[in-house]
Design a protein around this ligand. Structure first.
Ligand code: TLP
Length: 342
């Protein structure tokens, strides 16, 4: 039986080209600043995203948490969407590592963003309040269903944040999906933030690694915090070599988006399954299966018995993600399974 793994784009395995580049990579001790391949990756990533510098980190979570460390002081408050990865899926790290308080706001990525952000920023003069110093956005928005925030929305939010002296960090784990979906350049998004993290190890297919980009001064500070977290890697050029290959494959994300739309349409046609097709903008599909009288666990098990892997996203929500290791034939097979689910 065929297995189609739609649990996440993190399951992608390195391509032969990546493995060959890894085998050939020139390396050195990166903690001493001597790994030429890491340096090349950091320079390439910075140029692609339009920031002065970039730092190679072990994971998206590490990139986000280094950014929170480098952008805040103990006791500060950080505004974040209540469904954001930083709040929802990073094990409470901002409290553990940065000793900051998160201010989760529902609807932060929606049409009322400016009003909601303004209302959440604390009055500096009130002795009872923590100081708001950082706002985090997520583009694309994972729990939002892979939805895209436009550069114009980001610009308006950034301008508001700057009026109040806040830094803006973007969890851009899938920022290239956003860029490809809108046919815009990654730099158009990244200019409206102080720091941005993006992942090499999701749709781009690298085995390990993410980048944290910002001003030279920010990245110098971030490098120290990465060391604090034990993220100073030595001959990391082996991994960076795969990352460089990954950065060359941004355009192919369009294929994943087409596949996601195909899958979403078939899911939407199953009686009892609800999918908001307007929200299927990139490679993520979130479906509500409550109308089938099933929990998401039950729905995922039924799919799994037929070789289609998905994950639960809530008691009745299921998430499916397309990626480079899912071919057109795999998508057609998954559609057949979905169409015969009853
Ligand atoms: N997301 C994973 C899970 O952790 C949920 C996934 O399967 O989607 N930001 C965003 C928006 C993410 O989606 C993820 C990973 C991360 C950060 C963290 O990246 P890693 O897994 O490299 O720490």
């Amino acid at each position: 039986m065929r297995t189609v793994d739609l649990r996440s784009d993190t399951v992608t395995k390195p391509t032969l080209e990546m493995r060959e580049a890894m085998a050939r990579a020139e390396v050195g001790d990166d903690v001493l600043g001597e790994d030429p391949t890491v340096k090349r990756l950091e320079a390439t990533a910075a140029a692609m995203i339009g920031k002065e510098a970039a730092l190679f980190v072990a994971s998206g979570t590490m990139g986000n948490q280094v950014a929170v460390l480098a952008n805040t002081a103990r006791g500060n408050e950080v505004i974040v969407d209540d469904q954001a990865h930083i709040f929802y899926y990073e094990v409470g790290a901002p409290a553990v590592l940065s000793a900051v308080q998160l201010r989760p706001v529902a609807g932060l990525h929606g049409p009322d963003a400016l009003t909601l952000i303004k209302a959440a920023i604390r009055d500096k003069d009130n002795i009872h309040y923590p100081e708001t110093t950082l706002l985090c956005l997520e583009n694309t928005h994972n729990r939002g269903g892979g939805t895209v925030m436009t550069p114009e929305q980001m610009r308006d939010i950034y301008r508001l944040a700057k009026q109040y002296g806040l830094s803006v960090h973007v969890d851009g784990a899938r920022i290239f999906n956003a860029a490809v979906a809108l046919g815009r350049q990654p730099v158009e998004f990244a200019r409206w933030c102080d720091s941005i993290m993006f992942c090499l190890s999701k749709g781009l297919g690298a085995p390990v690694g993410s980048m944290l980009a910002g001003s030279r001064e920010f990245v110098d500070r971030a490098r120290k915090y990465r060391k604090v977290l034990g993220g100073g890697m030595r001959q990391a050029g082996i991994l960076a070599a795969a990352g460089l290959v990954a950065l060359g494959s941004v355009d192919r994300l369009a294929e994943d988006h087409i596949h996601a739309k195909m899958l979403a349409r078939s899911l939407a046609g199953v009686p009892g399954v609800q999918v908001d097709l307007d929200k299927v903008q990139t490679n993520i599909i979130v479906a509500d299966v409550s109308g089938m009288g099933m929990t998401s666990d039950e729905f995922v098990s039924v799919l799994e018995e037929r070789g289609v892997l998905a994950i639960t996203f809530g008691p009745t929500l299921v998430r499916l993600v397309t990626h480079r290791d899912v071919s057109r034939e795999d998508v057609e097979y998954a559609i057949e399974v979905i169409n015969n689910i009853n």
